[in-house]
Write a protein that binds this ligand. Structure first.
Ligand code: PEP
Ligand code: MG
Length: 328
């Protein structure tokens, strides 16, 4: 099997009935781009920038951020890179900002991600400056974590325009037009309000890790209730489906970038719900592509329709297992 997978690098991800699926990599460190490219990633669908901020007492400078981002964009050699702004807080600690679990009773519901960036406006602007400078190195998109409301996107877009004008005045080269500005759909409210958010965002990236956690009220890191953490819960599936449809109605791109995107068992369901772009950890790419080559889009769509009539996560899981059996 390893040999087959290694040979898939330059093969297009087409289903049997020739529907195209875009496959991108989730990246957490600059040195991971080599493996992403080697495994056939068409781009970086999610660059988590937390590595720049973690395990240190001071915030990274603009220059340091720019250099790290430029290295990643160079490493992807012309393939698009989706850079997510800092997703601090919740389970991701950043000591330089004093985000500490003891500060809040409910860190997952508190000042985190885009909320934190909008409060620490200098931090946001510095990151946006570094990102825009890096945009001279290759195609990129900007992605905002934990967005719940259109005003958050509007505020960031305003900051982005200001930062871009400042850079232009200094004769620093940046992408023109400015990079697309998209949002994570990872809070149930954002998924349900996706039609409104699609008016202000240029693209969606559905984060099933947090979406599952917030929908089912299950802490991602809480072992005692881990047995209830299930992306196959019909409530989660309905939210994914709704967000995908909203993106389609608005004609904006939508991808799935949570852990389920890299799991072949979920693949027929995601494709059946209309997902055509997936971003996953690089090591999952060959296996997922290999499975796409065997699936039939019409068939998985019918199967997804049947699954979406079900109410019991256990039943859904069995239906999916039954379907996958012929490929295992
Ligand atoms: C998610 O929440 O699904 C996601 C992709 O983001 P992260 O895992 O970084 O929170
Ligand atoms: Mg998340």
């Amino acid at each position: 099997e390893a040999k087959v997978l290694a040979g898939l690098r330059d093969v297009a991800a087409l289903t049997v009935d020739e529907e195209r699926v875009g496959l991108q990599a989730n990246v957490e460190l600059p040195r991971e781009t080599g493996q992403a490219v080697a495994n056939g990633a068409e781009g970086v669908g999610l660059l988590r920038t937390e590595f720049l901020f973690m395990n240190r007492d001071e915030l990274p400078t603009e220059q340091e951020q720019y250099e790290a981002l430029a290295e990643i964009i160079d490493g992807m050699a012309g393939r698009p890179v989706t850079i997510r702004t800092l997703d601090a807080g919740g389970e991701k600690l950043v000591s330089a900002l004093g985000t500490h679990p003891t500060e809040s009773q409910n860190p997952a519901l508190g000042l985190r991600a885009i909320r934190l960036s909008l409060k620490h406006h200098d931090l946001l602007k510095t990151q946006l400056r570094a990102i825009l400078r890096a945009s001279a190195h290759g195609p990129l998109r900007i992605l905002l974590p934990m967005v719940t409301t259109p005003s958050e996107v509007r505020e960031v877009r305003k900051a982005l325009t200001e930062v871009a004008e400042g850079l232009k005045k200094q004769n620093i080269r940046i992408a023109d037009p400015l990079p697309p500005l998209g949002i994570m759909i990872e809070v149930p409210g954002a998924a349900l309000a996706a039609d409104g958010l699609a008016k202000v965002a240029d693209f969606f990236a559905i984060g099933t890790n947090d979406l599952t956690m917030y929908t089912l009220a299950i802490d991602r890191a809480e072992e005692q209730v881990a047995y209830l953490y299930n992306p196959l819960h019909p409530a989660v599936l309905k939210l994914i489906s709704f967000a995908v449809d909203a993106a389609r109605r608005a004609h904006i791109p939508v991808s799935v970038c949570g852990e389920v995107a890299g799991d072949v068992d979920y693949l027929p369901l995601l494709l059946g719900l209309g997902v055509r772009d997936l971003s996953m950890s690089s090591n999952a790419l060959p296996r997922v592509k290999n499975r796409i080559l065997k699936l039939n889009m019409e068939d998985v769509t019918r199967r997804a329709e049947a699954i979406m009539t079900q109410h019991d996560p256990g039943r859904i899981s069995i239906m999916l297992q039954d379907y996958n059996e012929r490929y295992n």
